[in-house]
Design a protein around this ligand. Structure first.
Ligand code: GLV
Ligand code: GLV
Length: 324
């Protein structure tokens, strides 16, 4: 008999077909997020869970199902899972890094260009029939090329951003725990303090995971440090930014604009952001290309299958459980 698993929402076929071969799947095939109660109910009698970043797999759920063989998260981020609780029960939690790096970096750079050149505003303007002919002062934005880009968090995605920025001849600053000398040489980049980065950058892009340390990494004090001509790009996690402080900073024109893929209380979007023209809002689509979502699905499925077959998963958030 195939092991029974819960898949909280249909993922692309590349993953579903691998899972179907190996498991007896309880699939939420409705186009909606399951409630916590539904997850608990449907986990009854299951050996493993395939979760999405919209599923909050907290200690209560984990303590109810301590025998789960694996929680395979269909995302690179795993802040939606109580890793400590899973580790305490010896449950491996796997994720899908690597395959979405370039796609997410693409989006971050697209957002950067779009906010600088007022693409969304310009599109709305044209559609509204307001275009009466070329004009010297119409929708003037800011250059991207030659500007200073501050990368906060030089992980995989941060590195890929640098590659794109280089094509635009941008000057690169970064913060991270570690210095990456090879990166500095390759991109003529400079590691500086967060304060200096905020003070100097024309664009600040966030590429840190959400942790206790990075929650509200950008708040009032940080916006005060930024140039009033600078833009914030966030494709990491909404909670990394104090959204109230961001709205205040935008309204007070402490910064020039923001382009956001993630929000503090997704799917809710701060009403203060919605009102503003100098903000681009997209609904958490960083990894949303057909190719990449297919690869993530395949990786999430393989992570789960590998655990059942006693092999190492492709990526794990709590390696210590395999070492026990
Ligand atoms: C997307 O936000 C992810 O973590 O995969
Ligand atoms: C995520 O893939 C990162 O490490 O930047």
């Amino acid at each position: 008999m195939k092991p029974k698993i819960l898949v909280t929402r249909r993922i692309p076929e590349e993953g579903m077909k691998l899972l179907e071969e190996k498991f007896d799947i309880d699939l939420n095939d409705e186009d909606r997020i399951l409630s916590k109660e539904e997850i608990i109910k449907r986990l009854e009698g299951k050996e493993a869970l395939l979760s999405l970043l919209t599923d909050n797999i907290d200690k209560e759920i984990i303590d109810k199902f301590p025998d789960l063989k694996v929680i395979s998260n269909y995302a690179v981020g795993f802040n939606n899972i109580d890793i400590e609780a899973a580790t305490a029960k010896g449950i491996p939690v796997t994720n899908t890094p690597g395959v979405l790096t370039e796609t997410t970096a693409d989006l971050a750079f697209i957002l950067l260009c779009s906010i600088a050149r007022r693409i969304v505003e310009a599109d709305k303007f044209a559609r509204a029939g307001k275009y009466k002919g070329w004009a010297p002062m119409l929708l003037l934005g800011n250059d991207v090329h030659g500007k200073k880009l501050g990368i906060i968090g030089l992980g995989r995605i941060g590195h890929e951003i640098a590659k794109r920025a280089k094509g635009f001849n941008m000057e690169l600053l970064y913060t991270d725990h570690d210095r990456d000398e090879e990166f500095e040489k390759q991109y003529n980049a400079k590691k500086i303090s967060q304060e200096e980065l905020l003070k100097e950058s024309d664009f600040v892009t966030l590429h840190v995971p959400l942790t206790d340390e990075t929650k509200h990494l950008m708040s009032e004090k940080e916006f005060d440090m930024m140039k009033d001509t600078a833009y914030l790009i966030n494709t990491s996690r909404g909670e990394v930014v104090d959204e109230n402080a961001l709205v205040e900073a935008l309204k007070a024109k402490k910064i020039a604009g923001a382009a956001l893929d993630v929000f503090e209380e997704e799917p809710k979007i701060h009403p203060g952001l919605i009102e503003l023209d100098n903000v681009i809002i997209v609904p958490h689509i960083g990894s949303a290309s057909k190719e990449t979502r297919g690869k993530m699905a395949e990786m999430a499925a393989k992570n789960m299958i590998n655990i059942f077959e006693g092999k190492e998963p492709l990526s794990i958030a709590n390696k210590e459980v395999l070492e026990k």
